[in-house]
Design a protein around this ligand. Structure first.
Ligand code: ZN
Ligand code: ZN
Length: 168
């Protein structure tokens, strides 16, 4: 994700417009079903650099109930502080550094891969369902209740019903 636009950021008031359409950078710990796409505008004001815009991509996640891998579209607004410092190679994301400005320099070119990586990592939800009505796995026998039924529920007689049954 390199851009030969560094000169545009060097003046007293810098500005650079970057269109993103490239594979999600490595090191997110996630599987991606599509590229990262979006728009990032870099601005310099009073020696402070900011990145604004949006990014979208599609992550592949296991369903929180039945474990089925499924695609989750992400759309994130970008509003980050950045700094003209060399990105790590290979990049490493350390939690707790989220407040630090993100480096965007690679040799003498702008490189937005570290910015994109950090933004999309934070956009991945912790839980996702393959479908809103996912029935999950049976806690007793492990059958996928979206595809099959099992007899476990019938065998688990509610003790309150058992009392009723005796009375009758
Ligand atoms: Zn599911
Ligand atoms: Zn079962």
């Amino acid at each position: 994700m390199q851009y030969r636009l560094l000169g545009q950021l060097k003046g007293p008031r810098g500005y650079a417009f970057c269109e993103i359409n490239a594979p999600v950078p490595a090191g997110t710990g996630q599987e991606w079903a599509g590229p990262a796409r979006g728009i990032i505008e870099l601005e310099k004001s009073e020696e402070v650099y900011t990145a604004h815009g949006w990014l979208e991509s599609t992550v592949v996640m296991p369903c929180s109930r039945c474990l089925l891998p499924h695609q989750v579209p992400l759309h994130v607004e970008v509003d980050e502080r950045v700094v003209l410092e060399q990105i790590d190679e290979p990049a490493s994301f350390r939690e707790g550094e989220a407040d630090e400005p993100i480096p965007i320099l690679n040799s003498d070119a702008l490189d937005l891969s570290e910015l994109v990586r950090q933004v999309v990592i934070l956009a991945v939800p912790t839980r996702s369902l393959c479908q809103p009505e996912c029935r999950g796995l049976c806690p007793h026998c492990g059958v996928d209740l979206n595809r099959r039924t099992c007899a476990c529920a019938e065998q688990q007689v509610d003790p309150r019903l058992e009392v009723l049954r005796k009375l009758l």
